[in-house]
Write a protein that binds this ligand. Structure first.
Ligand code: NCD
Length: 361
């Protein structure tokens, strides 16, 4: 079977049997991003393009004329923010990113206010949304549901792109994009992401941000990952197999303090206990996977501490004032990279780059 078939040329049954790696190219159109659903669809060159575009947008937005220019790009389009799971940052940064590029947005943040309570299927609900807008940005508790929506909308007379803003326990590709952008900016004078060691800490089993970012790191040369977690919360075998296939080196560890001095970036995560069936996470002692103030002296001078947020106790707030703590910068970077992604989906990237070049001269 031709694995790079477009979504409108493949049945749902055949598509849903493909692996994530096989599905990934189906979300592109002529090498460009159409749907943004899984980390595996982003090659290094796409990542570099998005990061450099995010920087153009960030700089252009500094002036009023620049902001006006950006807002003109998509003033005639509308987006739907459909968030069927709690969200602060992802929702707000997408809403802000839409404003940066002039895209009007509507939202449904609570399924109990939509016709789903009248028994409408989620598919019909999203199809209804798609009739009013040109882009759907969605977060959903069901893994793979965004893919189902993308397939469905690709097979209508008016295909609408879908951006996955977090799906179940499996993927959070745009968080991974902002993490890459933050890593790129953090190491911009230190050789970039190539050759760096990234330690993932916490709930790696159910943390979708970790799963998406771990894959994106395979696109860089000589990156090493540490997966530091209690055995019950270790990273999934499926991701490890993908890293093996991509030739990325990694180690599993239970010893956080041993890993801290070796890491260039430490990616802390929260225990995802919303997925517990019987409060089972409470029985796990995760206190040795917390970044405490005394750990700062073990961390490289050039190291960075990241977190997708929200945080609980896994990073002591006393760490926040250290210049190596970059989690608040991640939040802001999210807005720029999401604006860059939206511009790319609508094919406005070229115009923005040209404008930036002209202004630079
Ligand atoms: C993350 C998520 O929703 O997966 N949050 C986010 O989008 N920044 C991480 C989390 O909830 O722990």
């Amino acid at each position: 079977m031709n694995k790079t078939r477009a979504l409108d040329q493949i049945t749902w049954e055949n598509f849903s049997e493909l692996s994530t790696m096989e599905k990934a190219p189906c979300f592109l159109k002529e090498g460009r991003i159409f749907h943004a659903l899984v980390a595996q669809q982003f090659s290094r060159s796409l990542l570099e393009d998005l990061c450099s575009l995010a920087t153009c947008v960030r700089r252009i937005a500094k002036t009023r004329t620049g902001s006006r220019f950006l807002q003109e790009q998509l003033f005639d389009r509308r987006a739907m923010l459909y968030f069927a799971q709690p969200s602060s940052r992802t929702y707000l940064s997408f809403a802000a990113a839409c404003q940066v590029v002039g895209l009007d947005c509507m939202d449904v943040r609570d399924s109990s206010t939509s016709s789903e309570v009248k028994g409408e299927s989620s598919e019909d609900t999203v199809r209804t949304f798609s009739s009013y807008v040109d882009l759907i940005i969605m977060r959903h508790p069901e893994g793979g549901f965004a893919e189902r929506v993308a397939w469905m909308l690709s097979n209508t007379s008016r295909p609408v792109p879908v951006i996955n803003a977090g799906s179940g326990k499996d993927q959070h590709p745009t968080q991974a994009l902002l993490d890459i952008y933050t890593l790129e900016r953090s190491f911009e004078n230190g050789g970039g992401i190539d050759g760096k060691t990234v330690a993932f800490v916490g709930d790696l089993k159910r943390g979708r941000t970790v799963r998406s970012l771990a894959w994106l790191l395979t696109q860089y040369e000589g990156v090493k990952a540490w997966f530091v977690a209690p055995p019950e919360l270790q990273i999934g075998e499926d991701i490890l197999q993908q890293l093996d296939a991509a030739g990325m080196s990694y180690e599993i560890s239970f010893d956080f303090e041993k890993v801290i001095p070796q890491a260039d970036a430490i990616y802390m995560t929260r225990i995802q206990d919303e997925w517990d069936l019987n409060n089972e996470s409470r029985a796990i002692d995760t206190s040795m996977y917390h970044f405490k103030k005394e750990h700062l002296k073990m961390l490289k001078e050039t190291g960075v501490i990241m977190h997708p947020l929200p945080r609980r106790a896994e990073i002591d707030t006393a760490v926040d004032s250290d210049p190596r703590a970059v989690y608040w910068r991640q939040v802001r970077n999210g807005m720029w990279i999401r604006a860059a992604l939206i511009l790319s989906v609508f094919g406005c990237d070229r115009a923005v780059r040209d404008y930036y070049k002209e202004q630079e001269q």
